[in-house]
Design a protein around this ligand. Sequence first.
Ligand SMILES: [Fe+2]
Length: 317
Amino acid sequence: MLSTPRWGGADLVPDLVSELLSDAAPRTAVQAAGEAAEEAWDRRAPVYARPMDLVDIHSHVLPGADDGAATFAEAVEMLAIARAAATAEIVATPHMFAAGLGSDDAAAVRALFDRFVERLQQLDEAAGAAADRPRLHLGAENYVSAELLEAMAAGRVQTLGPSRSLLVELWPLTTASAARHAVDRIQAAGYVPVVAHVERYRFLHERPALLEELVGAGWVAQVNGAAVLGQDGLKTAQLADRWLRRGLVSVIASDGHGARVRSPALDEVRIHVESRYGATTARLCLRDNPLALLADRPVVLPPEVPRFRWPGRRDRV
Ligand SMILES: [Fe+2]
C-alpha cells in the first residue's frame, strides 16, 4: 500500500486518490495507460545510455585541404571531439572542383591524406601509445561542375573510401532539371550519387515533395546534423524534419569544418533523432547506411514516422 501523496489533489478527491493508489483497487484504464507509458520509457532509456558507434561520411577534417581544419593540431582536436561523441569511423571529404576551394587533383588530395595519417602515427609514437581516434577514410565533397564530369570520365574522382559512392554538392541556386541532368550523368558513369546537405538547395526549398521522386531515382539524400538540430535556421530545420518523417533521408553527417565551428560531434544529433524519429532511423542514418555506402551495399530507407497529433485536434487542410 502506497502512502497518500502530499499534493493538493489528495485533499480535493481523497477517495479517488486512495482508491487509485491502493494495491487492492481494481486496475483502471488510467492506471493501465500510466503503466504502459512507464514501460515504454523504460524500454527507451537504455537506448540513450547505450553507446552506438557512429559513422560520419562528410567531414572537412583533412588539414590544409580546404576551408576545414586549418592546422594539424585542429584536425587532431576534431578527431578527439568526434571520438568522444561516439564516432567510430570518419571520412575526410575535402572540397574538390569547387572553383579554387580545395584541389581538383585526386592524386594530390590522396598524398595530403597519406601525409596526415603518417603524422598521426608519428604523434602516437611520440606519445608511446596509439590514441583512441575514429578510423579514417579518404573521400571528397565533389562540386558538380564541368571539371568534375571531365575528371569522372577520366576515372580521376575521389569516392567515399574504395567504394563507388560519390559525395556530390550542387550549386545552391541550381534548377531541378540541371541537378537531375548532372546526377543522371554521375549515375550513368556507374557511381552512386550521395547528395550532400539536400536541405540547402533552392529548388528543393521551392518543391520539397520533389525529393521523394529523386530518392526513387537513386539519389542518396544526406542531411547535416546541424540542420536536424535547428542550428542552420528554421527553413532547413523544417525541411529536415519533413524528410526525416517521410523516411527520405538516408544519411546524417556532421559536415564538420573545425574544432569550434561546425563541430564534428554527432552524439547530440543521435539523441535528437532517436527521440523524435526512433532508434531505427538513428541507426540507419548515422551508422548502417554510411557503412553500406562505404561497402557498396544499397542503403535502406528509414521508416515513415507519423506526426504526433493531440487527440481531438483537427488536421489543418
Ligand atoms: Fe561539406
